[in-house]
Design a protein around this ligand. Structure first.
Ligand SMILES: [Mg+2]
Length: 315
């Protein structure tokens, strides 16, 4: 792609053959690949929003869990989800691959998964890199534009806490795999095929959301990040957290890689209008109480201790 690797373990010819084969699969989704760098034209007045994310075999997933297509789709979607959290529109994606020889047969499927993620979120594939490696790794850099990006820091006491979608699916899937079981189809698809909530975030940002984060570390951890950045105490009503069927409270609380959004809003949002428009729920699950970073929990209106989430999701 734009910057050929100095690592020649794939062989220079093989490397460019790979890049050509991926570019063919992407068609007009790939632009500018072949120049030394990509050129993007920001809409006048918009700000550039940039993020990067790596997915590593045996750290973030295991090869017998998901297909190469899902590896590509999921890795790129995870990076795009950070643009969603900022209410930015994706403009460009750069993909940097480390491919062990065993992965070479999967490159077409991988490219199709990458293409599917970019096609569904918006934007173009504008560059990247391919190198040989011991294990599979993919680093996705995403470039987006937003007139007024959301941050984690916009909250203040008196805000309402919302979450998109239903949680716990990825947690339940990994719990099953770790136990040597097969996850349910629903849990598996929530792990393998998350959705970056790009359109949802822009809709919400236009309707009074003042701070957001995407749930990659788990509801508990990411509520903590939001509380710290906004310097507020967040109260989470555990009994209101929406879960996918069959997911435990711990799956929903401690499980990560949801790529749903956790949001603070100054005034009530229309949950019905959101659900109608996007086909997923928007649920009020708490509020901010006072200054001072903290996360507190209630169940049936009573203060309870933090759920004892064991960290089965450091992967
Ligand atoms: Mg994030």
């Amino acid at each position: 792609m734009s910057t050929p690797s100095s690592d020649t373990s794939l062989g220079a010819g093989a490397e460019f053959d790979l890049i050509r084969s991926m570019r063919e699969r992407w068609g007009e989704l790939a632009v500018g690949i072949g120049d030394d760098a990509a050129v993007l034209r920001p809409p006048r007045g918009d700000q550039l929003v940039v993020s990067t994310d790596t997915t590593l075999e045996n750290v973030h997933f295991e090869r017998d869990w998901i297909s190469w297509r899902e590896v590509g789709y999921r890795g790129v979607t995870a990076a795009l989800s950070d643009l969603a959290a900022m209410a930015a529109s994706p403009a460009g994606v750069l993909i940097s691959l480390e491919l062990p020889r065993a992965a070479l047969d999967g490159v077409s499927d991988l490219a199709d998964g990458i293409g599917e993620a970019v096609r569904s979120a918006g934007g173009k594939i504008v560059g990247g890199n391919v190198a040989g490696g011991e294990v599979f790794g993919m680093t996705t850099t995403v470039l987006g534009f937003a007139w007024s990006p959301l941050t984690r820091a916009g909250g203040r006491p008196g805000d309402l806490l919302y979450v998109t979608g239903a949680l716990g699916g990825p947690g339940a899937a990994v719990r099953a795999w770790d136990a040597g079981d097969k996850p349910t189809a629903l849990h598996r698809i929530r792990f393998a095929h998350p959705v970056a909530r790009i359109a949802e975030a822009r809709w919400l940002a236009a309707r009074g959301v003042v701070a957001a984060i995407d749930i990659s570390d788990g509801l508990g951890g990411d509520a903590g990040h939001l509380a710290a950045a906004s310097d507020v105490a967040i109260e989470v009503q555990l009994d209101r957290v929406p879960r996918v069927a069959g997911a435990t409270e711990d799956d929903a609380f401690s499980g990560g890689e949801e790529y749903e959004l956790l949001l603070l809003a100054r005034a009530p949002l229309s949950e019905a209008e959101f659900a109608e428009r996007f086909g997923i729920p928007l649920t009020a699950i708490g509020r901010t109480i006072e200054r001072g970073a903290d996360v507190r929990f209630t169940r049936d209106g009573k203060r309870v201790a933090a759920p004892a989430g064991h960290d089965h999701f450091s992967r």
